[in-house]
Design a protein around this ligand. Structure first.
Ligand SMILES: [Mg+2]
Length: 253
């Protein structure tokens, strides 16, 4: 084996390395993994998650988060395992080691996509979705997520105690005629997001892999819980998903 071959882990965060208490049967031995805007504990790590992180750290792995969180929400994650690039907002933005927007990535986003036209389009869809939500009195909130002036995606979050799956189905179905080519949905539980084509975890992972000059002899792994994570997991040598996750259920028996 070539000397100094690295181990690189592209990893989702929520429901992969951290999660809210609601999703855990055993609340003992938890540690805070992320805080909310008021700095109160919101997400937690379990002992197995911490052992996994410890194992990777001991092995000298380079961890790169690949998350739907925007930069501000990423900054509320307390795990101290990330010292390289960070992929945030479902792949719309790549942050450097200094936690600053990567200018090379931003330039390629601007070069390849008409971001102002997409921003206008997503604003219109946001208005449409909010009018449906109001008309139907759905317990759902919708708003655009932006990164460095770029509209990254529409976040559509249902109140998990009061929503019905059919309400998210309704929004997706009614918006269908207005979608542009290349737009995709990310859906997992009460969370829905409408992603423009430049918001793609797999594309951002490819970019970071090129920036880090990852070679074939190096080990690359991907961790994720959502079906929408599969595309970036497939760009690695080994994909890992939590048992009981959406990806696990999707694979069936
Ligand atoms: Mg996740």
């Amino acid at each position: 084996m070539k000397k100094n071959a690295r181990t690189l882990i592209f990893t989702d965060l929520d429901d992969t390395l951290i999660q809210t208490k609601r999703k855990l049967a055993d609340h003992s031995h938890l540690q805070t993994g992320a805080v909310d805007r008021e700095q109160k504990p919101l997400s937690y790590t379990t002992p197995p998650q911490r052992l996994l992180l410890q194992l990777l750290k001991t092995g000298g792995a380079i961890l790169i988060p690949v998350t739907g969180r925007n930069q501000a929400a990423m900054d509320r994650v307390l795990l101290d395992d990330f010292h390289s690039y960070r992929i945030v907002s479902h792949g719309a933005m790549v942050l450097t080691e200094e936690n600053q927007p990567c200018q090379t990535w931003l330039a390629s986003q601007q070069h390849n996509h008409d971001l102002s036209a997409w921003a206008e389009h997503l604003d219109r869809l946001n208005e449409t979705l909010n009018s449906y939500i109001k008309q139907q009195a759905f317990p759902i909130a919708c708003h655009p997520i932006t990164e460095a002036g770029m509209t990254a995606y529409l976040s559509i979050k249902a109140d998990r105690l009061h929503y019905q799956e059919s309400q998210l189905d309704y929004l997706m179905e009614h918006l269908k005629p207005q979608l542009k080519q290349g737009e995709r949905w990310h859906r997992n539980g009460a969370n829905l997001a409408l992603l423009p084509p430049y918001t793609c975890k797999a594309k951002a992972v490819q970019f970071v892999s090129e920036q880090l000059q990852i070679h074939e002899h190096e080990l690359v792994m991907g961790f994720g819980d959502s079906v929408s994570d599969l595309a970036f997991l497939r760009q690695t040598h080994f994909g890992l998903f939590p048992i009981g996750s959406q990806l696990d259920h999707w694979m069936g028996t």
